[in-house]
Ligand binder design. Structure first.
Ligand SMILES: Cc1cc2nc3c(=O)[nH]c(=O)nc-3n(C[C@H](O)[C@H](O)[C@H](O)COP(=O)(O)OP(=O)(O)OC[C@H]3O[C@@H](n4cnc5c(N)ncnc54)[C@H](O)[C@@H]3O)c2cc1C
Ligand code: SF4
Length: 477
């Protein structure tokens, strides 16, 4: 009986899958938490209070049917739980791993509000779909009858891949172009394996290839073709290129060797994980082994850099952030993981200059204090006079966030409208850019965001592109 299986949140405590010991996990790039066994997943799902208006679903960008698949899990109906969870998401096992659940579904669970600890929604979601892959329940993409119309998707990140899957299901010919040699976007080359193991991403890509989606990798729009050339080839285009222009630091010595960009560093590390030859890693420039590492920034990217440096065998790893712990953008869960693994956080501190003639040898920094709130409502950091200090460093990683590249110039399409932040301007109702039949989704529209929002955009934009192509086909008939 359903009711017997549910509402166990008072008698049964919250239990996430056990994390491996910090010393052990710092030795490899495997995910840090074990997976639930079947009885644990069922027991944790049974803590759900089955709210009439589930705030978890409301605050999940995909509006996943969370209480329903938790109930199916608690009742041992795992295949049905998987099917339901999969019905609203193209990558549930990926979201289960890397969504900041504390700010989304779990952060809005009523059991959390009542002090009992949220249902471990993300871990159950990951469990259900991993189980489905193990059991062979994950079916091939069901490709609809051919429509004779084709779509070009620029960017094989979560937004592009999700749209490609839905459009292929609708029977379109789908071509995905990406400048990298592997699909997946930041899932493949940004996010490290200890948060998301790469075979999880690659099996999703393989499923799309098996469905007849054609991947054109190492193909850069702007270099290998202009946007206009692509428009001539396809009935409609989706731009899902993400944001890749790294924010800089203006400080003396910032150009010294050994001061590197976060994404270059993370990409090199992820490539080594695939077994690729990476000259800039192999010659030591992007390898933290034996070095004193200072990472500058307080977001998810900075957290990924510090924890990667620990795994590469750094002599010390410090994270310099200009605000305090309570005001950082990165996930508190990731800060706790980093601290357990040996990272030292230097809060309320910002770089002033980088020492070293041929190569960086240290960071001159200043203590900061928080002033009045700025336009965003966050308290603006300002230099605390007299608080200068110095840190030894042989590798400095800049992780200050990303902005949009100048796509109109890169794509040779001056008519492509952008916002004042450089992100693509789209019609709020149709997700179409200023160019007829050219749509956009994911970070290139939102600015740096989250995987789950990219998936949501991919789902929405596929529906808009479908409507547009049907109208086009009707006119042509
Ligand atoms: C280090 C790091 C860690 C993160 N951790 C998390 C996390 O834990 N949880 C979370 O939810 N989010 C995280 N994010 C954010 C998340 O990865 C992004 O929001 C998400 O990947 C955006 O998806 P997207 O499809 O819009 O773009 P992307 O994933 O960036 O994919 C865009 C693709 O377009 C390709 N491309 C770009 N320009 C061209 C061109 N001219 N021609 C052809 N191809 C092109 C790129 O090669 C790339 O493959 C993290 C981001 C970073 C940088
Ligand atoms: S997709 Fe993310 S926010 Fe939605 S239920 Fe899964 S983990 Fe929670």
């Amino acid at each position: 009986m359903a009711d017997d299986a549910m509402l166990k949140f008072v008698a049964r405590g919250q239990e996430y899958p056990a994390k491996r010991e910090a010393e052990l996990r710092a030795e490899d790039f495997r995910e840090i938490a074990d997976r639930y066994a079947v009885p644990e997943a069922e027991a944790q799902a049974g803590r759900c209070s089955q709210c009439g208006v589930p705030y978890c679903s409301v605050h999940c960008p995909l509006h996943n049917h969370i209480p329903d698949w938790l109930r199916l899990t608690a009742e041992g109906r795992l295949r049905e739980a998987y099917a339901l969870s999969n019905s609203t998401s193209t990558m549930p096992e990926i979201c289960g791993r890397i969504c900041p659940q504390d700010r989304l579904c779990e952060g809005n669970c009523v059991i959390e509000f009542s002090g009992h600890g949220a249902v471990t929604i993300g871990s159950v979601e990951k469990f259900i779909t991993d189980k489905a892959w193990d059991e062979g329940w994950v079916e091939p993409v069901r490709v609809g009858p051919a429509r004779g119309q084709s779509v070009g998707v620029i960017g094989a990140g979560p937004a592009g891949l999700s749209a490609a899957e839905y459009l292929r299901e609708m029977g379109y010919d789908v071509h995905v172009y990406d400048r990298h040699d592997r699909a997946g976007g930041l899932l493949t080359y940004g996010i490290p394996g200890f948060k998301l193991e790469k075979h999880i991403v690659m099996r999703r890509v393989a499923r799309l290839e098996e469905a007849g989606i054609v991947f054109h990798t190492s193909f850069e729009i702007g270099r290998d073709a202009t946007l206009e050339e692509l428009r001539a080839k396809h009935d409609t285009i989706l731009i899902a290129t993400g944001v890749y222009k790294a924010r800089g630091i203006k400080a003396p010595g910032v150009g010294a060797a050994g001061v590197v960009e976060a994404l270059d560093y993370l990409t090199a590390s992820n490539r080594k994980g695939f077994g690729d030859a990476v000259p800039a890693f192999d010659d030591g420039s992007l390898d933290a082994d034996g070095k004193h590492v200072v990472v500058i920034g307080g977001g998810d990217t900075a957290m990924d850099c510090v924890r990667t440096a620990i795994r590469q065998g750094a002599a010390s790893v410090k994270c310099l952030y200009r605000r305090d712990r309570a005001n950082m953008p990165g996930s508190q869960r990731e800060v706790a993981n980093a601290e357990e693994e040996g990272v030292e956080f230097v809060w309320l501190s910002g770089p002033e200059a980088f020492d070293g003639t041929d190569k960086v040898t240290g960071v001159r920094a200043s203590k900061m204090r928080l002033g009045a709130p700025d336009a965003s409502g966050r308290r603006a950091p300002e230099v605390d006079p007299g608080g200068a200090f110095q840190l030894k460093a042989d590798l400095v990683i800049k992780a200050l966030g990303f902005e949009a590249e100048d796509l109109p110039r890169l794509f040779g399409s001056e008519g492509l409208g952008v916002t004042r932040w450089g992100t693509l301007r789209t019609d709020g109702k149709t997700m179409m850019t200023s160019l007829d039949g050219v749509f956009a989704a994911g970070d290139i529209v939102r600015g740096a965001s989250l995987v789950v929002w990219a998936i949501r955009d991919g789902r929405d934009v596929a529906a808009h592109m479908h409507a547009w192509m049907r109208a086009k086909a009707r006119v042509a008939a």
